[in-house]
Design a protein. Structure first.
Length: 383
């Protein structure tokens, strides 16, 4: 089975520096010198599909542009790239969401994937008119996914649930194919919902031992439901021809972190109700610069200024490929990656790491059967 790689569309803005924010904190103004226009996001998306990424994740929340509208527009300037659209079940009815997905899948055939984000921040959810507590939001997500999946099968749905009620709900057009559902969450109720309804369970980039524990927990819960779930991981990447070059880039990004901004972001993230976010914060332990490599080639520096995914694989192309193999050995088959800036870093990874994985039979280009060229560092220069 070939590994699957997805990239990221920075709908909160891009830069040669880390654009922080997320998880209830606003995007940082510093470094947002590449606005998230369709023209720029289209450049990233076209690069990603050329390099062999299957899809691209778009975030959701007050810190970024709307994922549905943005990906619908970017889909028209690309050909085959899929879009992993993050959305929150509390913002729209399940019938409308199912219809939106069907429309997207018809207008951009087969190119929609859904990342269901329950929402870990009560204060941010309330800004959108959602006043349920965290556990109730997850229970509502279960009802939501039940309705959506039934509608996608062409069934008429009646539900009088704890949080959702629909009567005689049906779709005039069902999506073909049915979009795969991606889902993340570390709390017990989150993993229960994942086991029942999702196709791919996503975890943020924790050290392998912690990832293995989470995979085992979700896999066991899914087995109790008579289901199997695939697993993916969300990481940033800084990969270069040599380890020294990669760590120099990580240190350059770290040097650009304004201490006042770090303190403000950390204070905002500290109030997060998300168990996954609290696990991310625990990895960097407040930001001791010398303690940010928490596992070989796994760097927690991004989490100092960014909510959500806060770790990066840093190293030479060979080292990053080895870390990917390490996660794959645990059961991870899909990798959702990003890097600053997203256009250039897509090329560093796509031209540096993917050929090495292809040479080992772990990856092939998803869009054609052409032979992947050898890694650039292995090609002798004749000039």
């Amino acid at each position: 089975m070939s590994l699957t790689f997805h990239w990221f569309l920075p709908t909160n803005g891009d830069s040669r520096h880390v654009v922080g924010g997320g998880h209830g904190t606003p995007a940082t103004a510093f470094g947002r010198n590449r606005p998230p226009t369709v023209a720029y996001l289209g450049q990233i998306a076209r690069a990603a599909e050329t390099l062999g990424f299957v899809g691209a994740l778009t975030p959701t929340g007050a810190w970024c542009e709307d994922a549905w509208l943005t990906t619908a527009m970017v889909s028209q300037v690309t050909e085959r790239l899929k879009f992993l659209v993050a959305f929150r079940p509390g913002a729209v009815s399940p019938t409308l969401a199912a219809q939106m997905a069907a429309t997207f899948q018809w207008q951009a055939p087969g190119r929609l994937l859904l990342n269901v984000v329950t929402g870990g921040e009560t204060h941010e959810q309330r800004a959108y008119g959602d006043f349920l507590d965290k556990d109730a939001r997850y229970r509502r997500t279960g009802e939501f996914l039940h309705v959506v999946r039934e509608l996608w099968q062409g069934r008429t749905v009646d539900l009088d649930g704890e949080h959702l009620r629909v009567e005689d709900a049906k779709l005039a057009r069902v999506p073909d194919p049915v979009p795969e559902v991606y889902f993340g969450g570390s709390s017990p109720v989150a993993t229960e919902i994942a086991a029942q309804y999702t196709d791919v369970y996503l975890t943020w980039g924790e050290p392998p031992a912690q990832v293995a524990e989470k995979i085992g927990r979700v896999r066991a819960l899914a087995a109790q439901q008579g289901r199997t779930v695939r697993f993916g991981i969300r990481l940033h990447v800084i990969t270069r021809d040599t380890a020294e070059q990669a760590w120099a880039e990580a240190n350059r990004l770290l040097d650009g972190f304004d201490p006042a901004t770090v303190a403000r972001i950390q204070a905002g993230l500290a109030r997060s109700e998300s168990e996954g976010q609290q696990r991310m914060l625990a990895l960097h332990g407040g930001g001791n610069r010398d303690g940010l490599e928490i596992h070989p080639n796994l760097w927690a520096g991004i989490g100092l200024v960014r909510g959500g995914a806060g770790t990066a694989l840093v190293g030479s192309h060979d080292e990053v490929a080895e870390r990917i193999k390490e996660y794959h050995a645990l059961g991870i088959d899909e990798f959702v990656l990003s890097g600053y800036p997203h256009l250039e870093e897509a090329y560093w990874f796509g031209e540096g790491v993917l050929p090495r994985l292809a040479a080992q039979g772990l990856w092939h280009h998803p869009h054609d059967d052409r032979r992947t060229p050898p890694a650039a560092a292995q090609v002798p220069f004749a000039g």
